[in-house]
Design a binder for this molecule. Structure first.
Ligand code: SLL
Length: 147
């Protein structure tokens, strides 16, 4: 299938984590509840472009490779420590694009106030990414730009 030369399609997304200290319910291994997600920049649908997100967690988690095959591309977990998450994105079949990898840090502590884990505020860490499809396949390009 034809690839469009000199053409680029850019799709902005956000990879994020949001963590909540469990306070009185905190235990040694589960001090926080957290969410990890991939979303469109303005919360728009991304399911027409991304078909699967694989979230590779720290090996201390049971079944650390978490696959989400439909939106919302999000997982919820409990844990005790910060680590770097590896996120692999798989694109719609008609894109004929290879998966890409993004690294993102799960933050549990607010560095402005590191000694106060009991702070009631959730700790948010979001990262802007641009998915860049250069010389995209024509049918994919037409489909996503007319979406
Ligand atoms: C380190 N950054 O370098 C840390 C690793 C791993 C956190 C943090 C597991 C939770 C569970 C969990 O929170 N791991 O046991 O279910 O040592």
């Amino acid at each position: 299938e034809t690839r469009l030369r000199h053409t680029e399609f850019v799709f902005p997304v956000v990879v994020g984590t949001c963590a909540f200290y469990l306070g009185k319910k905190a235990t040694e291994t589960q001090s926080h509840k957290w969410y990890l997600y991939l979303r469109g920049l303005n919360n728009e649908d991304i399911g027409h472009i991304v078909k699967k997100a694989v979230f590779n967690l720290h090996p201390t988690f049971p079944n650390p490779q978490r696959e989400v095959t439909a939106p919302p591309f999000e997982i919820e977990e409990h844990g005790w420590g910060e680590f770097e998450v590896n996120v692999v994105l798989h694109f719609a079949d008609d894109s004929q694009e290879q998966p890409i990898e993004i690294y993102h840090k799960l933050k549990l502590y607010d560095e402005a106030d590191p000694n106060n884990p009991s702070a009631k505020k959730p700790v948010l860490n979001e990262q802007y990414e641009e998915l860049i499809f250069s010389e995209p396949v024509q049918s994919f390009f037409n489909r996503v730009t007319n979406y």
